[in-house]
Write a protein that binds this ligand. Structure first.
Ligand code: BGC
Length: 549
């Protein structure tokens, strides 16, 4: 615990309706371990680095940390290809480092969430090595194997999200195996009860080490059609996620991904994990399985904030739809993560707009029902980085360059201290280049400046910690009219009001009526206060505040 100063050890307790259900409305800080802090000079972030930087996370006011995969891995998909689920990769440290981190986080009042990557393993996992040896070994059915068509081609038309067929030929078994992602990420057969039991054992291993929550990676890849039927073509060209460069979007993924009927086994699997201890689970269900379809799941979340900063009407409709799909408030929101373009860039922010856009988005985020996740660097207003071809590390980016940019641009190192080598991230050669444009926004440059974006994030999370109706209030339907998005959230005689100017016009103020029963309480700093019964919202302006009803 030496890096933590006494006064940084704990935040004020959060106001929460049911402390046992802490994740329901938690603010989770998402640490992409590779890029957070390197303590060995390897150029890659590590677990000791997370420990060293815990004071930053605590000072933000997060309730939990979510660690991206740190398991033993050949790193073909940068750690999402696991060769041993119960070992830390030497690049990231040791199990003892993990234990030290968990104990320091708990000491500081932070919960710890880790990624469970269970839909596939690395092809160098001992399970796969055994499974591919022949068709009769004890693990022969642990992965999805299928015979070729009579002409030797793959069993069906399924495509990998990372390009090409979802099937790869194996000479030893003279069969194809399924992989939703890279050929070196064979899909486990989740219908096999021995597989499920082995996966539960892994979860149990981490619960015993003190983990409080899991994010289950790609839950919608767990099941597939047992008859291996061909996917039909998608009605329109793609869903916007994989443009023409990747034909994956040209299929309707009816048969290769989880469908409604598969919820039962998923529900009991999630429930079994939750029974392992005081553990709670976030299932990454993607956008093909809606949150409503996942209602049976004890705690199933979807990350569904729009890819673009929409106009107020569209944003209102999108939020209303997502909230409606999770009537019990079990939803999680993220503006950015390790798989998507950083939101200030995605929303098209330039120059001076970036800070204002980041504040408006964060004000919206902290007002939403459910859990929220903050991706490292968003509190600094970091933009998406442009990575030259020769420095790309993401296999998706390498495969589709130059048509698709991939995910390296959101995974560049954190910037701590502008005066230090690699902005304090690493004394070695950084695995992805530290961005010159990011350095001016480093933590040291913003820390102590009450007008900084970092200070705003701290204020916003402090406001949410003390405003139970923000995370847990009954959501009223968000309404978008003209350029103004508005909603209210009720909880136990208190009400939270959120009003946001979503216009992209820099010069345009927007007006909105103040509700007739409004009597002001605490407000989120930076809010435009009402006067004479009206809100006058400057460009990117907002009001987030509570009142008694
Ligand atoms: C993770 C990605 C990863 C993929 C395949 C996803 O859901 O978030 O980063 O590439 O799973 O493992």
């Amino acid at each position: 615990m030496s890096p933590l100063r006494e006064e940084e050890l704990r935040n004020e307790p959060r106001l929460v309706a049911d402390p046992a259900d802490w994740l329901k409305s938690a603010a989770v800080y998402h640490v992409y371990v590779r890029s957070f802090q390197d303590t060995t000079g390897s150029g890659t972030g590590d677990l000791q680095g997370v420990l060293q930087r815990l004071p930053h996370i605590i000072s933000l006011g997060a309730d939990a940390i979510w660690l991206s995969p740190f398991y033993a891995s050949p790193m073909d998909d940068l750690g999402y290809d696991i060769a041993d689920h119960c070992e830390v990769d030497p690049l990231f440290g040791t199990l003892a480092d993990f234990d030290e981190l968990v104990s320091a986080a708990h000491g500081a009042g932070l919960k710890v969430m880790i990624d469970l990557v269970f839909s596939h393993t690395s092809d160098r996992h001992p399970w796969f090595e055994e499974s591919m040896a022949d068709r009769t070994n004890p693990k022969a059915d642990w992965y999805v194997w299928a015979d070729p068509k009579p002409d030797g081609t793959p069993p069906n038309n399924w495509l990998s999200a990372f390009g090409g067929s979802a099937w790869t030929w194996n000479r030893q078994r003279e069969q194809y195996y399924l992989h939703d992602f890279l050929p070196s990420q064979p899909s486990l057969d989740f219908a096999n009860m021995d597989v499920r039991k082995a996966l539960l054992d892994i979860a149990e291993f981490w619960v015993a080490r003190g983990v409080d929550a899991f994010r289950i990676d790609t839950l919608n890849s767990y099941f597939h059609d047992r008859d291996l039927r061909d996917n039909p073509p998608a009605p329109s060209q793609g869903d916007g996620r994989h443009p023409a460069a990747n034909p994956f979007a040209q299929q309707l993924h009816l048969y290769d991904r989880v469908q409604r009927g598969d919820i039962g086994p998923l529900e009991s699997f999630v429930a079994a994990i939750e029974m392992l201890g005081a553990t709670t689970v976030v299932g990454e269900i993607g956008n093909r399985l809606k949150a409503r379809d996942g209602q049976g799941l004890a705690r199933c979340y979807t990350y569904c904030l729009p890819r673009a900063l929409l106009n107020a009407e569209e944003m209102g409709a999108r939020l209303a739809e997502a909230i409606d799909q999770s009537p019990d408030g079990r939803i999680a929101w993220a503006l950015s993560n390790h798989d998507h373009t950083r939101h200030v860039s995605r929303f098209g922010g330039h120059g001076g707009e970036i800070d204002q856009m980041a504040r408006l988005s964060a004000a919206l985020l902290v007002s939403l029902p459910g859990a929220i996740s903050i991706f490292q660097g968003e509190e600094l207003g970091l933009e998406e980085a442009a990575i030259p071809h020769e420095q790309l590390r993401d296999p998706f980016a390498i495969r589709f360059w130059p048509d698709l940019k991939g995910r390296d641009g959101c995974r560049t190192p954190m910037v701590w201290d502008g005066a230090a080598h690699n902005a304090g991230f690493s004394v070695g050669e950084s695995w992805l280049p530290v961005q010159e444009a990011h350095v001016a926004r480093c933590v040291a440059a913003q820390d102590g400046d009450p007008s900084s974006l970092l200070a705003f994030y701290r204020d916003a999370l402090a406001f949410r910690r003390q405003t139970v109706e923000a995370g847990e209030g009954r959501p009223g339907a968000p309404r978008g009219e003209g350029s103004v998005l508005a909603f209210r959230r009720d909880f136990d005689g208190q009400c939270l009001l959120g009003v946001f100017n979503m216009s992209r016009e820099m010069a345009v103020h927007q007006e909105a009526d103040v509700p007739s029963d409004f009597s002001p309480g605490e407000v989120l700093p930076g809010s435009a206060l009402p006067a004479e019964g009206r809100f006058d919202l400057p460009p990117f302006g907002f009001f987030v505040g509570r009142y008694k009803v």
